[in-house]
Design a protein around this ligand. Structure first.
Ligand code: HEC
Ligand code: HEC
Length: 201
């Protein structure tokens, strides 16, 4: 698939969030993706796709379309993340699709160092999700769909980082849906939301 076609598909899916992306010309090869990941990604994102490194997100069980779109945004410098941009630079579309198929096939789960659940903070985070319609896009179990990421059991400090970047206008996706979703949240709200999501299984 060409970049132009992928971005067109991503924009289409952004306009119709619950419509699957109209993919794909050539089937992705998850086994080839596994080899590429072991060489280039596992050190940070974890051999099983569950990151044990603070600040690095887990990729296991992410929808393949989300990984593909993010890799292209990172490769083209549209998403700025200095720790990650160098590893996306120059990666061909085919490699990206195979890597995405591999990570999407891995069973998701929390990192080994997940902190215990704080019931009050968890409840405070959960209470914020209804008015902001988080589950409408991220799906009831927060497993994501198409270009919308899995956020359940993601690393807590990464979730704080991601939501803060959207709120402060330092990150947007192919559109500004997430910026609207977190507008006006305090740091304490973001911490509660992150704690809630990080403790979903
Ligand atoms: C040196 C560590 C490192 C390596 C190696 C690395 N990454 Fe990353 N990656 C990161 C960090 C840190 C982030 C979070 C960037 C941010 O701050 O938003 C990230 C983010 C991502 C994201 C976005 C995920 C999300 O939830 O938004 C994807 C997709 C990704 N990396 C894929 C890969 C792939 C595929 C490889 C191998 C080709 C790779 N990364 C190699 C550190 C790394
Ligand atoms: C209108 C649909 C929509 C709503 C509502 C929404 N999201 Fe999102 N969310 C998205 C999309 C699409 C992305 C990916 C955007 C991008 O490309 O950066 C995303 C990304 C994220 C990320 C970044 C994950 C990662 O791995 O980088 C987090 C965290 C997140 N959403 C949490 C939430 C929370 C919490 C709420 C409710 C307060 C929420 N979202 C509401 C669509 C939505």
């Amino acid at each position: 698939m060409t970049l132009a076609r992928l971005l067109a598909a991503a924009f289409l899916a952004a306009a119709f969030p619950l419509t699957a992306l109209p993919i794909t010309a050539q089937a992705a090869d998850a086994a080839r993706g596994a080899t590429l990941a072991a060489q280039n990604c596992a050190n940070c994102h974890g051999a099983n796709g569950r990151s044990q490194v603070p600040g690095v997100p887990s990729l296991a069980g992410q929808p393949a379309d989300f990984i593909t779109v993010q890799m292209i945004l990172l490769r083209e410098g549209i998403r700025q993340a200095p720790a990650m941009n160098p590893f996306a630079q120059g990666v061909p579309d085919r490699d990206i699709e195979d890597l995405a198929a591999f990570f999407a096939s891995l069973p998701p789960g929390p990192p080994d160092d997940r902190a215990p659940r704080d019931e009050a903070l968890f409840a405070a985070g959960q209470a914020l999700t209804g008015p902001r319609h988080c589950a409408t896009c991220h799906v009831a179990d927060y497993g994501g769909r198409a270009q919308i990421p899995r956020v359940a059991a993601q690393r807590e400090e990464y979730l704080v980082h991601a939501m803060t970047e959207y709120r402060d206008g330092r990150r947007s996706g192919v559109d500004t849906q997430m910026n609207s979703a977190v507008i006006g949240l305090s740091n304490a709200h973001i911490a509660a939301l992150a704690h809630f999501l990080a403790h979903l299984d």
